[in-house]
Write a protein that binds this ligand. Sequence first.
Ligand code: SF4
Length: 90
Amino acid sequence: MVIKEVEVKDIMTKTNLPVSDYAVNPYVGCTHACKYCHASFMKRFTNHPEPWGEFVDIKSWPEINKPGKYVGKEAFFCSVTAGSILPMKA
Ligand code: SF4
């Protein structure tokens, strides 16, 4: 199992998902390897040679720039892990 921290420029990703305006995924990877996984396609966006289920990249990101622009929007936390939808408030 490979678990490491990675720095990303932004944690808010605009999405075309019908349920939200933004997706927030604080990590990529998983410690499981479910046969029915809906998120295993994310491996192609990493440089990991390990198979899905054997790595986790924990993201760190800078302070969110102009957070007011997200007021009234919805964010889907963990759209490619276990997730939930949260409304953004001031
Ligand atoms: S992300 Fe969820 S479904 Fe996919 S392998 Fe991990 S626990 Fe299983």
